[in-house]
Write a protein that binds this ligand. Sequence first.
Ligand code: AP5
Ligand code: MG
Length: 295
Amino acid sequence: MSPATAVAAAPVAPSRRLLSSLPTTTANTIKINNQLTPLSKAYSRSLFSSSSTLRMAHMVEGCPPLRLLLIGSPGAGKGTQSGRIQNNFEVSTISSGDLLRKNIAQGTEIGKRAAKEMKNGAFVSDEVMVKLIDSELGKLGAEQGWLLDGFPRTMTQAQTLDHTLESLNQPLNLVIHLNVPEEVILQRIMDRWVHIPSGRVYNMTYNPPKRAGVDDVTGEPLERRPDDNPETFKIRLQKHHELTEPLLDYYKNKNILVSLAGNTSDEIYPQIRDLLQTRFKPEDSSSEIEGQGQA
Ligand code: AP5
Ligand code: MG
Protein backbone atom coordinates (compact mmCIF):
# COMPACT_ATOMS: atom_id res chain seq x y z
CA MET A 1 0.00 0.00 0.00
CA SER A 2 1.44 3.42 -0.94
CA PRO A 3 1.83 6.04 1.82
CA ALA A 4 -0.89 8.09 0.13
CA THR A 5 -3.31 5.15 0.19
CA ALA A 6 -2.45 4.39 3.78
CA VAL A 7 -3.24 7.93 4.87
CA ALA A 8 -6.43 8.10 2.81
CA ALA A 9 -7.72 4.95 4.48
CA ALA A 10 -7.19 6.26 8.01
CA PRO A 11 -10.44 6.24 10.02
CA VAL A 12 -10.02 9.62 11.73
CA ALA A 13 -10.56 12.52 9.37
CA PRO A 14 -11.08 15.80 11.22
CA SER A 15 -11.71 18.95 9.19
CA ARG A 16 -8.87 21.42 8.72
CA ARG A 17 -10.87 24.05 10.63
CA LEU A 18 -11.23 21.65 13.56
CA LEU A 19 -7.54 20.84 13.37
CA SER A 20 -6.51 24.46 13.57
CA SER A 21 -8.78 25.00 16.60
CA LEU A 22 -7.27 22.12 18.59
CA PRO A 23 -4.44 22.93 21.00
CA THR A 24 -1.10 21.51 19.93
CA THR A 25 0.50 19.52 22.72
CA THR A 26 4.06 19.79 21.50
CA ALA A 27 5.55 21.63 18.56
CA ASN A 28 4.62 18.88 16.13
CA THR A 29 1.71 16.90 17.56
CA ILE A 30 -2.00 17.41 18.08
CA LYS A 31 -4.50 15.52 20.26
CA ILE A 32 -7.24 13.78 18.26
CA ASN A 33 -9.59 11.32 20.00
CA ASN A 34 -7.25 11.41 23.00
CA GLN A 35 -4.34 10.26 20.87
CA LEU A 36 -1.22 12.23 20.09
CA THR A 37 -1.04 12.53 16.30
CA PRO A 38 1.79 14.13 14.34
CA LEU A 39 0.53 17.35 12.75
CA SER A 40 1.68 16.16 9.37
CA LYS A 41 -0.54 13.06 9.61
CA ALA A 42 -3.49 15.01 10.91
CA TYR A 43 -3.34 17.46 8.02
CA SER A 44 -2.85 14.67 5.52
CA ARG A 45 -5.95 12.86 6.81
CA SER A 46 -7.88 16.09 6.59
CA LEU A 47 -6.62 16.61 3.05
CA PHE A 48 -7.69 13.23 1.83
CA SER A 49 -11.08 13.28 3.49
CA SER A 50 -12.06 16.79 2.43
CA SER A 51 -11.99 16.63 -1.34
CA SER A 52 -10.38 14.87 -4.23
CA THR A 53 -10.12 18.15 -6.14
CA LEU A 54 -6.55 19.12 -6.80
CA ARG A 55 -5.40 22.43 -5.49
CA MET A 56 -2.30 24.53 -5.24
CA ALA A 57 -0.35 23.15 -2.37
CA HIS A 58 1.76 24.63 0.40
CA MET A 59 3.91 23.00 2.99
CA VAL A 60 2.33 21.04 5.82
CA GLU A 61 3.08 22.65 9.15
CA GLY A 62 5.48 20.51 11.14
CA CYS A 63 6.85 18.76 8.02
CA PRO A 64 10.32 19.49 6.71
CA PRO A 65 10.43 21.18 3.29
CA LEU A 66 10.35 18.72 0.41
CA ARG A 67 13.87 17.83 -0.71
CA LEU A 68 13.31 15.59 -3.66
CA LEU A 69 15.52 13.86 -6.17
CA LEU A 70 14.17 12.56 -9.51
CA ILE A 71 16.13 9.67 -11.01
CA GLY A 72 15.35 8.16 -14.40
CA SER A 73 16.99 7.15 -17.64
CA PRO A 74 17.53 9.74 -20.39
CA GLY A 75 14.12 10.74 -21.70
CA ALA A 76 12.22 9.15 -18.80
CA GLY A 77 10.44 12.46 -18.24
CA LYS A 78 12.44 14.01 -15.38
CA GLY A 79 12.14 17.49 -16.89
CA THR A 80 8.48 17.02 -17.76
CA GLN A 81 7.61 15.87 -14.24
CA SER A 82 9.74 18.63 -12.67
CA GLY A 83 7.72 21.22 -14.55
CA ARG A 84 4.43 19.78 -13.33
CA ILE A 85 5.62 19.45 -9.75
CA GLN A 86 6.97 23.00 -9.76
CA ASN A 87 3.65 24.32 -11.09
CA ASN A 88 1.62 22.63 -8.37
CA PHE A 89 3.86 22.53 -5.30
CA GLU A 90 6.10 25.08 -3.69
CA VAL A 91 9.49 23.82 -4.83
CA SER A 92 12.45 25.25 -6.71
CA THR A 93 13.88 23.05 -9.44
CA ILE A 94 17.57 22.53 -10.04
CA SER A 95 18.23 20.66 -13.29
CA SER A 96 21.86 19.76 -13.91
CA GLY A 97 21.32 19.41 -17.67
CA ASP A 98 19.56 22.78 -17.94
CA LEU A 99 22.33 24.45 -15.93
CA LEU A 100 25.00 22.99 -18.20
CA ARG A 101 23.13 24.02 -21.35
CA LYS A 102 22.80 27.57 -19.99
CA ASN A 103 26.53 27.63 -19.28
CA ILE A 104 27.24 26.45 -22.82
CA ALA A 105 24.91 29.09 -24.30
CA GLN A 106 26.63 31.79 -22.23
CA GLY A 107 30.13 30.55 -23.16
CA THR A 108 31.31 30.21 -19.53
CA GLU A 109 34.38 28.17 -18.53
CA ILE A 110 32.11 25.40 -17.22
CA GLY A 111 30.16 25.49 -20.47
CA LYS A 112 33.33 25.16 -22.53
CA ARG A 113 34.47 22.19 -20.47
CA ALA A 114 31.05 20.48 -20.57
CA ALA A 115 30.10 20.98 -24.22
CA LYS A 116 32.16 18.17 -25.66
CA GLU A 117 31.18 15.57 -23.05
CA MET A 118 27.50 16.40 -23.40
CA LYS A 119 27.57 16.26 -27.18
CA ASN A 120 29.16 12.80 -26.97
CA GLY A 121 26.79 11.51 -24.30
CA ALA A 122 29.58 11.23 -21.70
CA PHE A 123 29.25 12.48 -18.13
CA VAL A 124 30.70 15.82 -17.10
CA SER A 125 33.28 15.42 -14.29
CA ASP A 126 32.08 14.97 -10.73
CA GLU A 127 34.20 17.93 -9.67
CA VAL A 128 32.47 20.35 -12.06
CA MET A 129 29.01 19.00 -11.28
CA VAL A 130 29.42 19.16 -7.51
CA LYS A 131 30.63 22.76 -7.68
CA LEU A 132 27.77 23.76 -9.96
CA ILE A 133 25.03 22.18 -7.84
CA ASP A 134 26.52 23.24 -4.49
CA SER A 135 26.45 26.80 -5.69
CA GLU A 136 22.76 26.52 -6.67
CA LEU A 137 21.80 24.86 -3.37
CA GLY A 138 23.64 27.62 -1.52
CA LYS A 139 21.27 30.18 -3.07
CA LEU A 140 18.20 28.57 -1.48
CA GLY A 141 17.00 29.27 2.06
CA ALA A 142 16.83 26.47 4.65
CA GLU A 143 13.00 26.50 4.53
CA GLN A 144 12.83 26.35 0.74
CA GLY A 145 11.62 23.08 -0.77
CA TRP A 146 13.59 21.90 -3.78
CA LEU A 147 13.81 19.25 -6.43
CA LEU A 148 16.94 17.95 -8.12
CA ASP A 149 16.69 16.69 -11.74
CA GLY A 150 19.77 14.91 -13.08
CA PHE A 151 22.04 15.26 -10.06
CA PRO A 152 23.50 13.18 -8.48
CA ARG A 153 24.16 10.56 -11.14
CA THR A 154 27.31 8.88 -9.86
CA MET A 155 28.07 7.37 -6.46
CA THR A 156 30.70 10.06 -5.81
CA GLN A 157 28.15 12.78 -6.53
CA ALA A 158 25.58 11.10 -4.25
CA GLN A 159 28.01 10.81 -1.36
CA THR A 160 29.25 14.36 -1.79
CA LEU A 161 25.68 15.64 -1.91
CA ASP A 162 24.86 13.82 1.33
CA HIS A 163 27.86 15.43 2.94
CA THR A 164 26.86 18.92 1.75
CA LEU A 165 23.25 18.47 2.85
CA GLU A 166 24.35 17.12 6.22
CA SER A 167 26.41 20.24 6.81
CA LEU A 168 23.39 22.38 5.81
CA ASN A 169 21.16 20.21 8.04
CA GLN A 170 18.85 19.64 5.05
CA PRO A 171 18.86 15.90 4.28
CA LEU A 172 17.12 14.54 1.20
CA ASN A 173 13.71 13.22 2.19
CA LEU A 174 12.47 11.58 -1.01
CA VAL A 175 13.96 9.98 -4.12
CA ILE A 176 11.56 9.15 -6.96
CA HIS A 177 12.70 6.71 -9.62
CA LEU A 178 10.84 7.20 -12.93
CA ASN A 179 10.66 3.72 -14.34
CA VAL A 180 9.71 4.03 -18.04
CA PRO A 181 10.27 1.23 -20.60
CA GLU A 182 13.24 1.94 -22.86
CA GLU A 183 11.32 1.12 -26.02
CA VAL A 184 9.08 4.18 -25.65
CA ILE A 185 11.87 6.60 -24.89
CA LEU A 186 13.91 6.92 -28.09
CA GLN A 187 10.98 8.19 -30.16
CA ARG A 188 10.25 10.84 -27.53
CA ILE A 189 13.81 12.07 -27.68
CA MET A 190 13.72 12.26 -31.46
CA ASP A 191 10.57 14.42 -31.23
CA ARG A 192 11.90 16.75 -28.53
CA TRP A 193 12.46 20.48 -28.93
CA VAL A 194 13.66 22.68 -26.07
CA HIS A 195 13.75 26.33 -25.04
CA ILE A 196 17.30 26.50 -23.70
CA PRO A 197 17.05 29.64 -21.48
CA SER A 198 14.11 28.28 -19.44
CA GLY A 199 14.55 24.54 -19.94
CA ARG A 200 10.94 24.20 -21.17
CA VAL A 201 10.57 21.00 -23.15
CA TYR A 202 8.19 20.20 -26.00
CA ASN A 203 7.38 17.10 -27.95
CA MET A 204 5.96 17.29 -31.45
CA THR A 205 3.27 14.69 -30.74
CA TYR A 206 2.79 14.78 -26.95
CA ASN A 207 2.95 18.49 -26.09
CA PRO A 208 3.69 20.57 -29.20
CA PRO A 209 4.26 24.33 -28.89
CA LYS A 210 1.28 26.55 -29.72
CA ARG A 211 3.21 27.99 -32.67
CA ALA A 212 5.60 25.70 -34.52
CA GLY A 213 9.24 26.28 -33.60
CA VAL A 214 8.78 28.89 -30.86
CA ASP A 215 8.48 28.83 -27.07
CA ASP A 216 4.91 29.37 -25.76
CA VAL A 217 5.98 31.82 -23.06
CA THR A 218 8.70 33.97 -24.63
CA GLY A 219 8.12 33.47 -28.37
CA GLU A 220 11.85 32.69 -28.68
CA PRO A 221 13.06 29.95 -31.03
CA LEU A 222 13.15 26.32 -29.93
CA GLU A 223 16.20 24.15 -30.56
CA ARG A 224 17.09 20.49 -30.89
CA ARG A 225 19.58 19.22 -28.33
CA PRO A 226 22.86 18.13 -29.94
CA ASP A 227 22.76 14.93 -27.85
CA ASP A 228 19.29 13.94 -29.10
CA ASN A 229 20.26 11.46 -31.82
CA PRO A 230 20.17 7.65 -31.75
CA GLU A 231 23.97 7.17 -31.49
CA THR A 232 24.46 9.55 -28.56
CA PHE A 233 21.29 8.37 -26.90
CA LYS A 234 22.70 4.84 -26.82
CA ILE A 235 25.80 6.08 -24.97
CA ARG A 236 23.70 8.14 -22.53
CA LEU A 237 21.61 5.08 -21.78
CA GLN A 238 24.73 2.96 -21.24
CA LYS A 239 26.17 5.55 -18.82
CA HIS A 240 22.90 5.60 -16.98
CA HIS A 241 22.89 1.81 -16.52
CA GLU A 242 26.52 1.70 -15.52
CA LEU A 243 26.87 4.76 -13.27
CA THR A 244 23.45 5.97 -12.17
CA GLU A 245 21.43 2.81 -11.58
CA PRO A 246 23.62 1.76 -8.60
CA LEU A 247 22.23 4.84 -6.83
CA LEU A 248 18.86 3.12 -6.64
CA ASP A 249 20.25 0.62 -4.12
CA TYR A 250 22.05 3.41 -2.27
CA TYR A 251 18.76 5.29 -1.69
CA LYS A 252 16.77 2.10 -1.14
CA ASN A 253 19.07 1.32 1.77
CA LYS A 254 18.33 4.77 3.18
CA ASN A 255 14.58 4.03 2.94
CA ILE A 256 13.80 7.12 0.87
CA LEU A 257 13.39 5.50 -2.58
CA VAL A 258 10.02 5.19 -4.32
CA SER A 259 9.91 3.63 -7.78
CA LEU A 260 6.99 4.65 -10.01
CA ALA A 261 6.32 2.82 -13.23
CA GLY A 262 4.35 3.84 -16.30
CA ASN A 263 4.54 4.17 -20.06
CA THR A 264 3.81 7.89 -20.08
CA SER A 265 4.29 10.89 -17.82
CA ASP A 266 0.47 11.12 -17.68
CA GLU A 267 0.39 7.76 -15.93
CA ILE A 268 3.22 8.63 -13.58
CA TYR A 269 2.34 12.21 -12.55
CA PRO A 270 -0.84 11.29 -10.61
CA GLN A 271 1.26 8.85 -8.58
CA ILE A 272 3.82 11.56 -7.82
CA ARG A 273 1.06 14.01 -6.91
CA ASP A 274 -0.52 11.57 -4.45
CA LEU A 275 2.83 10.89 -2.86
CA LEU A 276 3.69 14.56 -2.47
CA GLN A 277 0.26 15.44 -1.11
CA THR A 278 1.04 13.44 2.02
CA ARG A 279 3.64 16.12 2.74
CA PHE A 280 1.67 19.18 1.67
CA LYS A 281 -1.61 20.79 2.63
CA PRO A 282 -3.98 22.17 0.02
CA GLU A 283 -5.09 25.78 -0.23
CA ASP A 284 -8.61 26.65 -1.32
CA SER A 285 -7.65 27.72 -4.80
CA SER A 286 -7.65 26.70 -8.40
CA SER A 287 -7.27 23.26 -9.88
CA GLU A 288 -4.07 21.62 -11.00
CA ILE A 289 -1.90 23.37 -13.54
CA GLU A 290 -0.61 21.10 -16.28
CA GLY A 291 2.25 23.39 -17.24
CA GLN A 292 5.34 22.78 -19.24
CA GLY A 293 8.17 20.51 -18.34
CA GLN A 294 11.81 21.32 -18.42
CA ALA A 295 14.30 19.44 -20.50
P1 AP5 B 1 20.11 15.89 -18.95
O1 AP5 B 1 19.70 17.16 -19.59
O2 AP5 B 1 19.78 15.67 -17.54
O3 AP5 B 1 19.59 14.69 -19.87
P2 AP5 B 1 19.10 13.22 -19.52
O4 AP5 B 1 19.32 12.70 -18.17
O5 AP5 B 1 19.66 12.43 -20.64
O6 AP5 B 1 17.56 13.34 -19.55
P3 AP5 B 1 16.72 14.12 -20.59
O7 AP5 B 1 16.71 15.58 -20.28
O8 AP5 B 1 17.13 13.71 -21.98
O9 AP5 B 1 15.30 13.49 -20.36
P4 AP5 B 1 14.23 13.79 -19.25
O10 AP5 B 1 14.15 12.60 -18.34
O11 AP5 B 1 14.37 15.13 -18.64
O12 AP5 B 1 12.95 13.71 -20.17
P5 AP5 B 1 12.00 14.87 -20.73
O13 AP5 B 1 11.04 15.33 -19.68
O14 AP5 B 1 12.76 15.88 -21.48
O15 AP5 B 1 21.69 15.72 -19.10
C1 AP5 B 1 22.30 15.93 -20.36
C2 AP5 B 1 23.80 15.69 -20.27
O16 AP5 B 1 24.38 16.60 -19.30
C3 AP5 B 1 24.23 14.31 -19.78
O17 AP5 B 1 24.25 13.37 -20.83
C4 AP5 B 1 25.64 14.63 -19.24
O18 AP5 B 1 26.56 14.78 -20.30
C5 AP5 B 1 25.45 15.98 -18.59
N1 AP5 B 1 25.08 15.88 -17.16
C6 AP5 B 1 23.90 16.32 -16.60
N2 AP5 B 1 23.90 16.07 -15.28
C7 AP5 B 1 25.09 15.45 -15.00
C8 AP5 B 1 25.65 14.94 -13.80
N3 AP5 B 1 24.99 15.00 -12.63
N4 AP5 B 1 26.88 14.37 -13.87
C9 AP5 B 1 27.56 14.31 -15.04
N5 AP5 B 1 27.08 14.79 -16.21
C10 AP5 B 1 25.84 15.36 -16.19
O19 AP5 B 1 11.13 14.00 -21.74
C11 AP5 B 1 11.73 13.50 -22.91
C12 AP5 B 1 10.81 13.76 -24.09
O20 AP5 B 1 9.64 12.99 -23.91
C13 AP5 B 1 10.35 15.21 -24.25
O21 AP5 B 1 10.25 15.51 -25.61
C14 AP5 B 1 8.96 15.21 -23.63
O22 AP5 B 1 8.11 16.21 -24.17
C15 AP5 B 1 8.50 13.83 -24.00
N6 AP5 B 1 7.51 13.31 -23.11
C16 AP5 B 1 7.44 13.47 -21.77
N7 AP5 B 1 6.36 12.83 -21.31
C17 AP5 B 1 5.76 12.23 -22.39
C18 AP5 B 1 4.63 11.42 -22.55
N8 AP5 B 1 3.85 11.12 -21.53
N9 AP5 B 1 4.34 10.94 -23.77
C19 AP5 B 1 5.09 11.28 -24.83
N10 AP5 B 1 6.18 12.07 -24.75
C20 AP5 B 1 6.51 12.54 -23.53
MG1 MG C 1 15.78 16.63 -18.82
